[in-house]
Write a protein that binds this ligand. Structure first.
Ligand SMILES: [Zn+2]
Length: 336
């Protein structure tokens, strides 16, 4: 998505003689090259303001029963009052988040490329967009309609996998309902698969310093420890790092507590219990792995860092081949 620049100026003729004028050249967003538009400067931070978007207004209404209409978005660089979607390009109305990312209706502007965009686009090369040339296709285990399953690079254990959206989405809370639905199907397929192997299923997601959603799915042997112990391990190890994991009710939609753009970490246990942490400033990137690798759970502390678990291409190929065969009876995508 594109960035906004904030420049603070002092009041005119302030006694401290601080700078109160700032001159610059400006190129309207609609005449900028999209690649140029989404370039991220080094010091970019999260947008502190909520994004305008119908999805969110609807979600809020559904959640809180709010009746107020969301305020129309105020934008400076292009005219939002321009008619939406003429002809076939308007068909099916783009997802509102596309609009937010790409600056409203600029895609429908006459001098822009006319290609419809179904998904938000990454701002650079992405290792996880299935269509991207960077993706490591040999790690893919199963491909559905909206999501796919891959062996985790430097997997904690041989059946540690990732559920990922095929298109570019940053986090679970940004997904549309059909993607969420399929993600749930993969979750339950993996739960059954793990169960057949005598494992329980632990999932976690870190929406912090990552561009493309990766839902980590790690099996923990049933006889290794109880769900309660895993929960306790997360709680205790979070506390040791001055983070307080919050237990959220089983059927709570993360969107209700983490609007898109909020950095967070969450764990889902096989009991359906969810632990949530709203990331404040810093967050240990390997936290989920560290807890699961710790003595309290899998007791493989040396594997906490994925870089220590890297396999050769041949080993990865072999592991994936085995995993595909093993998972196939549980793979709904295979049946279709
Ligand atoms: Zn991506």
């Amino acid at each position: 998505m594109h960035v906004s620049r904030f420049i603070a100026l002092a009041t005119v003729n302030n006694p401290a003689k601080k700078k109160y004028l700032y001159a610059f050249n400006i190129i309207p967003m609609k005449s900028m090259d999209p690649a140029e538009l989404v370039k991220q400067p080094q010091d970019v931070t999260e947008n502190p303001y909520k994004r305008p978007g119908k999805d969110k207004a609807d979600a809020q209404k559904a959640t809180f029963g709010a009746t107020e209409e969301e305020e129309p978005a105020h934008q400076f660089f292009f005219d939002l009052s321009r008619k939406q979607g003429g002809g076939s390009r308007g068909r099916g109305r783009k997802r509102p988040s596309d609009g937010a990312r790409w600056g409203g209706d600029q895609q429908q502007d006459g001098d822009r490329p006319k290609q419809p965009r179904r998904h938000p686009q990454p701002s650079g090369p992405c290792w996880f967009c299935l269509a991207s040339p960077q993706v490591e296709k040999h790690l893919v285990i199963s491909i559905g309609t909206h999501c796919y399953l891959a062996l985790a690079k430097g997997a904690l254990t041989p059946r540690h996998m990732l559920i990922l959206p095929i298109g570019h989405y940053q986090s679970v809370v940004e997904l549309g309902s059909e993607v969420v639905e399929e993600m749930e199907k993969y979750k339950s397929a993996l739960r059954s698969f793990y169960k057949s192997k005598g494992d329980r299923c632990v999932l976690f997601e870190r929406n912090y310093r990552s561009q493309h959603l990766q839902l980590q799915v790690v099996p923990v042997p049933l006889d290794c420890c109880a769900t309660e112990d895993i929960k306790e391990a997360f709680m205790v190890q979070a506390q040791e790092q001055q983070m307080e994991l919050m237990e959220i009710p089983e059927h709570t939609d993360l969107k209700q507590i983490a609007p898109p753009g909020t950095p967070y970490f969450y764990v889902e246990l096989d009991s359906g219990e969810k632990l949530f942490y709203r990331i404040q400033k810093h967050f240990p990137l390997q936290f989920g792995r560290e807890v699961l690798a710790s003595e309290a759970v899998l007791n493989i502390p040396t594997r906490a860092d994925w870089r220590e678990c890297k396999q050769t291409r041949e080993e990865e190929d072999e592991a994936c081949k085995q995993l595909r065969d093993d998972f196939q009876p549980f793979d709904f995508a295979w049946e279709d």
